[in-house]
Ligand binder design. Sequence first.
Ligand code: F3S
Ligand code: F3S
Length: 105
Amino acid sequence: AYVIAQPCVDIMDKACIDECPVDCIYEGPRKLYIQPDECVDCGACEPVCPVESIFFEDDVPDKWSDYRKVDTEVFAGLGQLGGASAVGPLAADHPLVSAQAAQAA
Ligand code: F3S
Ligand code: F3S
């Protein structure tokens, strides 16, 4: 699956949402998250992020290696939700995101 790495934190441009054909990009308080079991690996979201935060999971740069599992882990216990637009924002961020210092564009 594709994942959203550290640059999205607090920036949350959301251009990616409009590109996803399966509506699997969910909003958290400080970052967006791709549901790995709903993502169809089309790659459409990756080039539109203005801060280059989206990567195929195996291609996340080493400096953000902690983020390879963040999207998967935030959906543990939530499972497949069937589409972000219907579900609305997630209640909480992954702990790694919550622990990040605030960042601005
Ligand atoms: Fe975040 Fe980039 Fe999407 S900043 S919300 S991953 S367009
Ligand atoms: Fe969606 Fe395709 Fe990205 S399924 S999350 S636009 S890789």
